[in-house]
Design a protein around this ligand. Sequence first.
Ligand code: FE
Length: 297
Amino acid sequence: MSLHAQPDLPVAPASETVSRPRRVEGLVTGQPTSDGAGVKLTRVLTHTLQRRLDPFLMLDAFGSDNPDDYIAGFPDHPHRGFETVTYMIAGRMLHRDSAGHEGLLQNGGVQWMTAGRGVIHSEIPQQEEGVMEGFQLWLNLPARDKLCAPWYRDFQAADLPRFVTASGVDVTVIAGASHGVAGAVTREGTQPLYLDLHLLAGSRFEQGLPSGHNAFVYVYRGAVRIQGAEVPVQRMAILENDGDADGVLIEAGAESRVLLIAGRPLNEPIAQYGPFVMNTEEELRQAVLDLHSGRLA
Ligand code: FE
């Protein structure tokens, strides 16, 4: 056990043993963009990777200590047909939606929203200074669930399952399961795994992964090695879908923080128009009609 490990964290109840780890297929550098009312962010998982990383549709990283980059937030906007998972590393964001939900997302907290048939919501920073940092992941819904009832849940940092491995890796299980610990959210259709890993210098982390699941690692502090490939900070490593591989092995030369995200591909058509993600163009037209006639949410 490392001197740096948090003494109050429970030790993993089980271990994950990976004998044939996946290799890195490619590294992706995010694209700087702005969204909402001018929020500056980095789009790590872009449109062109939606098929490769099915069921994931988007990953945005936002991080700035300049309020001009984030203060206007995301005023009222609609969503239909997928789920959004917002993970705040630093700062506070107020969420309000058309179903009457309201929640304040704070340091280390996660908001999981299933837009289903429709939600109109706002996401507005609740601070005028300081650092704002976090991630928003879009997770697709199976065709059969795209028009389900909206669902929403806020998890404060203390509500998220967290443990430390024998080698001193601090693991937060946002979704799925790791080392015998079930995450805050599970989904039958897409079986998402969403881990935030804090690795000490010299530590390593193993995670079993079904070979058919698409998986990637995003490094937001430090740098890691995966089967000999160096993954620097602010890079996404797409992991190869090798039929013989049984998981991933992540090694940290320096203290590092990474997201490990994986899921079962839906292999269904993806049709996107901005904040609507359906299976056909016809369903997108219907979403726009429903929005304009007040029947979306
Ligand atoms: Fe939104």
